[in-house]
Design a protein around this ligand. Structure first.
Ligand code: HSE
Length: 401
């Protein structure tokens, strides 16, 4: 018998307990031993819950229980989760977590502690919910040099953009609808401002390149400026608009950013709709691969956590190699990368002024929208801003992928 403690009995923690208990027999076959949820840490009481007798309110009860071999952390936030996880790893207990804030901030440190203590710190569920992406990056794709990761990493904003694209509704309307459906939080900043996607691309990039990428250094823009009109222009250009978390190498330089981007409809990420997530990876040998599925929700996320519990259970006493060193990755200035920009200027902007500022551009017209909209030639951000500022204030600008 292998005993597990679950920290946090909210949406994900309850899902983990449900998956472990529902699939107990098939999991036992895969591990070779039965896995039992022995204790659940939560501040609340759960009267009537089938697991109410397992609930404890003080982490010490888990720390001092010598029968517990694996700890599952589903509390969210950095503290006290980090202290509990660190303590468990120092005791030689493996940890599986869904907590992206914890992993993005302390991933390198916690992996190092797990190595020193012959256990594992696994975090498949921290990016893309139920989508396998951490283990593929850490195992299946290790023969490649990764040259690009582009992800739709946030289900809430992908749902909102899909509704704006398909139903022509405004940002404010779709946000209210997403909140009513329980997809968006009452305080939706982490999703709509891109902060959630930023932590996730920081985790994927750290793993792909083997060193710590601090999320604070990633240029991040959310979707609050995107309008239904932008989608009408995008449709005219045979493109979609997606909030992408991206990192890529070019000419020996490493870039990362989070922002809404225009994608060709033929790009595999363009067809990813609603709350689904997808991660597109380009390796120098494998070429393009894409991982697709449910990026959030109790059971999909719990499924990934339990996959990690099984991996921990199969490898008790053995550290599985994972390269994510504490040394920092240095990003190059994303603004020095050259690309095309889609720009919307007020109707009164003259064509002569646009061409004087930007050189040759492709004008885009959509019925019923009186503006001057165009696609620039290839230029870097500094060149773009110099040209755009000379024309006045743009209604919006969206980068080409
Ligand atoms: N708020 C996140 C999303 C949940 O919408 O994708 C999963 O991290």
């Amino acid at each position: 018998m292998i005993n597990v403690a679950v920290l946090g009995y909210g949406t994900i923690g309850a899902g983990v307990v449900k998956v472990l208990q529902t699939n107990v027999d098939s999991i036992e076959k895969r591990v070779g031993e039965r896995i039992e949820v022995k204790k659940i840490l939560d501040l609340r009481e759960f009267p009537g819950d089938p697991n109410e007798d397992k609930v404890v309110h003080d982490y010490k009860e888990i720390q001092e229980d010598e029968d517990i071999q694996i700890v599952v952390e589903c509390m969210g936030g950095v503290e006290p989760a980090c202290t509990f996880v660190r303590t468990a790893l120092l005791q030689g207990r493996s940890v599986a977590t869904s907590n992206k804030e914890l992993v993005a901030k302390h991933g390198a440190e916690l992996i190092a502690i797990s190595e020193e203590n012959h256990c594992n710190f696994l975090f498949e569920a921290s990016v893309g919910g139920g989508i396998p992406i951490i283990r593929p990056l850490n195992q299946c794709l290790t023969g490649d040099v990764i040259e690009e990761i582009s992800g739709i990493l946030n289900g809430t904003t992908n749902y909102m953009l899909t509704k704006m694209e398909e139903d022509g509704v405004s940002f404010d309307e779709v946000l209210k609808e997403a909140q009513a459906k329980g997809y968006a939080e009452l305080h939706p900043e982490a999703d709509v401002e891109g902060y959630d996607a930023c932590r996730k691309i920081a985790i994927l990039t750290s793993l792909a390149f083997g060193k710590q990428l601090d999320f604070e250094g990633i240029h991040t823009e959310g979707i609050t400026n995107i309008t239904a009109e932008d989608f009408r222009y995008a449709q005219k250009m045979n493109k979609s608009i997606k909030l992408l978390g991206k990192s890529w190498t070019d000419d020996g330089k490493l870039y990362a950013m989070v922002c809404p981007m225009l994608l060709d409809n033929s790009h595999p990420l363009a067809g990813v709709k609603d709350v689904f997530n997808a991660i597109f990876v380009h390796g120098n040998m494998v070429d393009d691969v894409m991982f697709y599925g449910k990026g959030a929700g109790s059971l999909p996320t719990a499924s990934a956590v339990v996959g990690d519990v099984v991996e921990c259970a199969r490898n008790l006493g053995t550290h599985l190699p994972m390269i994510w060193e504490k040394d920092k990755l240095t990003l190059d200035d994303f603004g020095s990368f050259e690309r095309n920009y889609f720009v919307r200027m007020p109707a009164e902007t003259s064509l002569e002024a646009i061409e004087k500022a930007f050189g040759a551009v492709d004008m885009i017209q959509v019925d019923g929208i009186e503006e001057k909209a165009f696609v620039t030639g290839i230029m870097n951000e500094k060149e773009y801003h110099k040209a755009a500022d000379s024309l006045g204030t743009a209604i919006n600008m969206i980068r080409f992928n």
